[in-house]
Ligand binder design. Structure first.
Ligand code: ACM
Ligand code: ZN
Length: 618
């Protein structure tokens, strides 16, 4: 279909070599869909992720204060969350009861986890599913509500739904920059709305230790604070501002419970043996050299890591993990394992002795020894480990699940060895990468070289053919990672996360054959108006645009990428933020020698504006 779109570009009215920045990546057929008023007739269904099976009917159900909701006691919290949404968004909530024309929720113990059926008819709504399934049915119902002429309408529909993958995650790097529990809860709300179910917290780093460990209070008393942070591209560009913070165990329990009520598991990561400078600044004796160290104020991989030849290191790790395992109900504990340089291990007597005693070949096998020893401990507590794909080097721990970040290679190798895999390749799912090639328009929170735009993220297929058919089941899911070197403020985390995390949500949930980027973009427009209401500072995508060249004139049509947003434009090179005219119908411009200079900004219902985007002749 992409080829078809390209063909239209090359042979149709775009022949005039008018290069449109934002249009080139948008397949032609979306534009048609957006500009066709027929597509907007009737009650729209804009679900994200797209369910497994949707059968739309003609009628509507009207939701109102007098609608009752009937449910078994185990769904009490689930209904409270649904009611909280209704009351925040529409100003009322539903009373328990079994009146006619109400909503009925049924827990079916025979249905699989996260599976539900939803039936909306003119005279009632029914959701039947497993407990987590009913929760997701209510998320779907929330997305189906539309406000029309002061009424809340839900289209008649029959939905059968279940997830493609059991692991649908996002990582937030709270170690590089601390984020508050309140912010994490807001983020959890949004994740749940899109049926994401794992929040991976990167809790420890060179730059800071963020989880209270009762046995070692110094870890957070000292290790959670730094006096300054690199803010530019070079280490000497410092903000000279203290930064820090950590989660008490009480706060952690509270976040876990909040997430659990929303079907989200929090997976803690204690990164080892590398990325440990915050801990080594407190306990330098756990390094190969003995230090002393301070928390590094600049970014980058550090050569000082935990000493693999020192028994005290394993005691320390066991103490820390004992408290972590007690706190987190998650089946998995993430041990990191990434970016651990072997430079110090090569010259450390203790590490070299360990290599001899354990008959290891080299430092890679020493890392393997390290991770396997910790895995044995984690397994003895009834939990399983996840590690970044570096833990493949030197031999995999027997039960480890691999998180494949350096492309898909690690994931493919691990799955073919019979290990479970979570795909999190940088090129698709590292949400600290740029979202657009128009670098000047992106905030400083976007800072790495590659561009991972929405379409790129969406294009990922988690089941590469290099994983043999009988091993494909080992890919248990996907994860997006919001790394934090430059992502300090809440609005930065939100900007980098959305809308790309919506693409991840659909990859994780919707069957591959039902995924379609054009259709996805249309649904994103509806989702973004929800996120705007929720005060999430997402990146506002470029408008969908169409330029027709006719008799020396360009006729420009635009469609907002966010439902309910306005577009303001200028044609003389001035800023649309100041001088913009409201776009209401196609604009005709003469094609002068310098081409057209059409600039616009998208203004959301909340009042927030996008960057200035341009349509221009190359
Ligand atoms: C990683 O990005 N170092 C896992
Ligand atoms: Zn050592």
């Amino acid at each position: 279909r992409k080829e078809e779109a390209l063909f239209l570009f090359q042979t149709g009215k775009f022949k005039q070599a008018l290069k449109i920045n934002s249009i080139m990546k948008i397949p032609y057929f979306i534009i048609i869909m957006f500009l066709c008023p027929l597509a907007l007739v009737g009650q729209e269904i804009n679900l994200l992720p797209e369910p497994w099976k949707v059968e739309k009917k003609e009628g509507v159900f009207t939701l109102s204060v007098s609608t009752s909701i009937q449910y078994p006691s185990e769904l009490k919290e689930c209904v409270e969350i649904f009611n909280k949404h209704l009351s925040e968004r529409y100003g009322f909530s539903l009373k328990k009861g079994s009146r006619r024309n109400g909503i009925r929720l049924i827990v079916d113990k025979n249905m699989k986890r996260e599976t539900y059926n939803l039936l909306v008819e003119t005279n009632g709504v029914m959701i039947r599913g497993s407990e987590s399934g009913v929760f997701y049915g209510l998320q779907t119902l929330q997305q189906l509500i539309s406000e029309t002429e002061n009424k809340l309408l839900i289209p008649e529909v029959k939905i059968e739904d279940r997830p493609r993958f059991k692991y649908r995650g996002v990582l937030i790097d709270v170690a590089r920059y601390y984020q508050t529990p309140e912010f994490l809860k807001k983020y959890i709300d949004v994740m749940a709305h899109y049926k994401l179910n794992v929040l991976h917290l990167h809790l420890t780093e060179d730059a800071g230790w963020r989880i209270e460990i009762k046995k070692y209070p110094e870890l957070t008393r000292k290790g959670a604070w730094r006096p300054s942070t690199q803010v530019g591209q070079t280490p000497t560009e410092q903000d000279n501002l203290p930064h820090g913070g950590f989660y008490t165990q009480k706060e952690i329990r509270d976040i876990i419970q909040y997430a659990n009520e929303r079907q989200i598991t929090i997976i803690p990561e204690i990164d080892m043996p590398g990325h440990m400078m915050a801990a080594l600044s407190v306990f330098p004796e756990l390094s190969c050299t003995g230090g002393p160290f301070s928390i590094p104020l600049e970014w980058g991989v550090k050569e000082h890591i935990l000493c693999a030849g020192n028994e005290k290191v394993f005691d320390f790790i066991k103490d820390v993990l004992t408290e972590v395992i007690e706190l987190f109900p998650s089946e998995y504990i993430h041990l990191g394992g990434d970016e651990a340089p072997k430079k110090q291990w090569k010259v450390c007597t203790k590490c070299q002795n360990r290599i001899k005693e354990e008959h290891l070949k080299d430092e890679h096998e020493l890392q393997s020894y390290f991770i396997q020893r910790v895995e044995t401990f984690v397994n003895s507590k009834g939990k399983r480990i996840i590690g970044w794909d570096e833990i493949l080097e030197g031999g995999l721990a027997p039960d480890a699940t691999i998180m494949s970040w350096r492309g898909e290679k690690g994931g493919i190798a691990a799955a073919n060895l019979g290990h479970d895999v979570i795909m999190a390749p940088t090129d698709y799912f590292y949400l600290d990468y740029y979202q657009s090639d128009d670098r000047a328009n992106e905030p400083s929170s976007a800072h790495w070289g590659a561009t991972v735009d929405l379409e790129k993220t969406y294009s990922f297929n988690p089941l590469p053919s290099k994983i043999s058919a009988d091993k494909q089941k080992h890919v248990i899911g996907v994860q997006a990672c919001v790394w934090g070197e430059k992502v300090q403020l809440e609005r930065d985390v939100e900007y980098m996360s959305f809308p790309r995390a919506l693409a991840l949500a659909e990859i994780a949930w919707t069957p591959q054959e039902k995924r379609n980027y054009a259709d996805f973009c249309q649904r994103v427009a509806a989702c973004l108006s929800y996120l705007d209401w929720k005060e999430v500072t997402f990146r506002i995508p470029e408008a969908l645009s169409d330029v027709e060249i006719n008799a020396g004139k360009a006729i420009i049509s635009l469609q907002s990428s966010v439902k309910g947003a306005d577009i303001y434009y200028t044609t003389d090179g001035t800023s649309p933020w100041t001088y913009g005219k409201l776009f209401t119908s196609p604009v005709t411009l003469p094609l002068t020698f310098n081409g057209i200079d059409f600039r616009y900004t998208i203004v959301l219902p909340s009042g927030r504006s996008s960057a200035v985007y341009k349509l221009q002749r190359k």
